[in-house]
Design a protein around this ligand. Structure first.
Ligand code: ADP
Length: 520
């Protein structure tokens, strides 16, 4: 049967999607492969179809234990004999599956990475014809990624234990250049065909919002836009998941929670309720979502900022897998940066990695503070560009809010950073600009610098807002460590000399007294 025929007969599709045919053909020829496709791009078929076409068994290594049963059930329904091995099996079931493998009854066997190198499994498969090893969610092998699974590092040992090395194919939806390098090196891919279909998800609308009352916003947003549709709300902590579920249910929305502190039965139950559509909202920590195939998620709202762009892209990308228009909204607040930094500090890891985590976090903070096209910021992170840098489908591209000239304010801030010898962080710079009598300012004699008190009439938050915008557009460099220090960059001189004019959204920059008046 030719490939097109298999696609139609087993999966019911007429055409391959971008990249699928190239990967599938190479894998069937026995070549290693690396497929980088966005969520919903159709990675599964890239190993399921070769599994059907090839003699022997395909082993699929996947971290998604909770989904294996569903995947295997649907393959069996399609007439493709499949099984899975993971910690949910009891010993009897495990032995039965080993027996099935020995008798050549399966085309595809999903295996959790922890199970790969158990004696019984290795002893069995070393004599069996394995035609393909597919590594799903391959970024889990990288310590730099956000889903590192140490057991993924065991994959090469498993492959090496096989009598004949099969083709090895790795798949991921999210990978920066460094992670791609690591995937190839650590899995030991040999001259793989590499297919990247691009990271753009044109049906997703990206928005960043700075709102003071997040739950109020959420309730209004749901009432105005989505009365019946499904969506995910991501929160940073278990506690905020619990309290938001309560708020939403009290307001009459059907919501369930999902976090690592719940027992697995409750988690599974809530996940099922959401996927089946019995509950239309799921409020979750980042424990929720990898591999979830719910096509009609109309919005993903981040109540808190996640730890980096990759995590954001992955989580937001769970919206609109069916290709329909969907919203990805990030509710930004500066306190979320503090939370993320605390987590980095508490992580007991080497300083180099820590610096990398701060840097990755900063990229996302910049995303939240930029006035440029948001889609382009995302694509740039993955070394891609959107057409002419304006997508017209993100909150910055369609923003009609009034912009004001902030060149003078920027000059004052940059001068102050220079006057304090580029040795202090944002808080101190703000204190100096506002002429604070704070003990630390006085002790360091910063009340003597010429920029002391030159922005008295501005609120802390307005100055901080401008600083963050300047950081996001590269006019200030913020060091990547526990106590980030503000420094000038090669671009700062153009602002100081007046050659470059800068603008920012007026409503984000109310002066101190206006703000006080407004709150009275
Ligand atoms: P992911 O890349 O996120 O693993 P999946 O493999 O789950 O994506 O595929 C996403 C959806 O796209 C599934 O519902 C799948 O059946 C569908 N799909 C995959 N390939 C095709 C195709 N060639 N034509 C139409 N639909 C496809």
């Amino acid at each position: 049967m030719d490939l097109q025929n298999i696609l139609k007969t087993y999966f019911g599709y007429d055409e391959f999607r971008n990249g699928q045919d190239k990967l599938i053909e190479s894998i069937i020829e026995g070549r290693d492969a690396l497929g980088i496709m966005p969520t919903g791009g159709g990675k599964s078929i890239c190993y399921q179809l070769p599994a059907i076409a090839l003699d022997g068994i395909t082993i699929v290594i996947s971290p998604l234990i909770s989904l294996m049963k569903d995947q295997v059930d649907s393959l069996n329904e399609l007439g493709i004999n499949a099984a899975f091995i993971n910690s949910t099996l009891d010993n009897g079931e495990f032995l039965q599956i080993l027996e099935g493998i020995r008798a050549n009854s399966y085309k595809i066997v999903y295996v959790a990475p922890e199970r790969l190198n158990t004696d019984s499994f290795i002893n069995l498969v070393k004599d069996i014809r394995i035609s393909l090893v597919a590594v799903d969610e391959a970024h889990c092998i990288s310590q730099w990624g956000h889903d590192f699974r140490p057991s993924y590092l065991e994959i090469p040992r498993f492959i090496n234990s096989l009598k004949q090395r099969p083709a090895v194919a790795a798949f991921t939806a999210t990978a920066t250049k460094e992670i791609i390098k690591e995937i190839k090196r650590l899995i030991g891919l040999r001259n793989p065909i590499e297919v990247t279909t691009g990271f753009d998800r044109p049906n997703l609308y990206y928005q960043v919002l700075k709102v003071s009352n997040k739950s109020k916003f959420l309730i209004e947003y749901l009432n105005e836009n989505f009365k019946t549709e499904s969506g995910i709300v991501y929160c940073a902590t278990r506690k905020s998941v619990e309290s938001l579920v309560k708020i939403l249910n009290d307001k009459g929305f059907s919501a369930v929670g999902y976090h690592g502190g719940m027992n697995s039965e409750e988690r599974q139950n809530n996940q099922d309720e959401f996927i089946l559509g019995n509950k239309r909202l799921i409020v979750a920590t980042n424990a929720f979502g990898m591999g979830i195939d719910k096509p009609d998620v109309r919005f993903v709202i981040h109540y808190n900022m996640p730890k980096n762009m990759e995590a954001y892209y992955q989580e937001a990308g769970r919206a609109g897998r069916d290709g329909e228009k969907s919203d990805c909204i990030l509710l930004y607040s500066a306190s979320d940066i503090v939370k993320q930094k605390l987590m980095i500090q508490n992580d007991d890891i080497d300083p180099k990695r820590q610096e990398m985590l701060y840097k990755n976090l900063q990229y996302l903070v910049n995303y939240c503070n930029t006035n440029e096209c948001l889609r382009n910021q995302i694509l740039n992170y993955f070394d891609e560009d959107s057409a002419n840098g304006k997508c017209k489908n993100c909150s910055n591209c369609i923003d009609s809010s009034e912009m004001i000239d902030i060149t003078l304010e920027a000059q004052k801030i940059l001068s102050c950073i220079y006057r304090v010898n580029q040795r202090y962080g944002a808080n101190m710079v703000i204190q100096v600009l506002r002429g604070s009598k704070n003990k630390k300012v006085l002790e360091a004699r910063l009340d003597n610098v010429s920029t002391y008190g030159i922005m008295k009439e501005y609120s802390d938050s307005a100055i901080s807002e401008i600083i963050m915008t300047l950081v996001s557009s590269g006019y200030i460099h913020m060091t990547h460590d526990k106590y980030p220090v503000l420094k000038l960059t090669s671009k700062s001189a153009d602002v100081l000399s007046g050659k470059t004019k800068l603008h920012h959204k007026k409503h984000l920059l109310q002066k101190k007294d206006e703000k006080e008046k407004a709150s009275k």
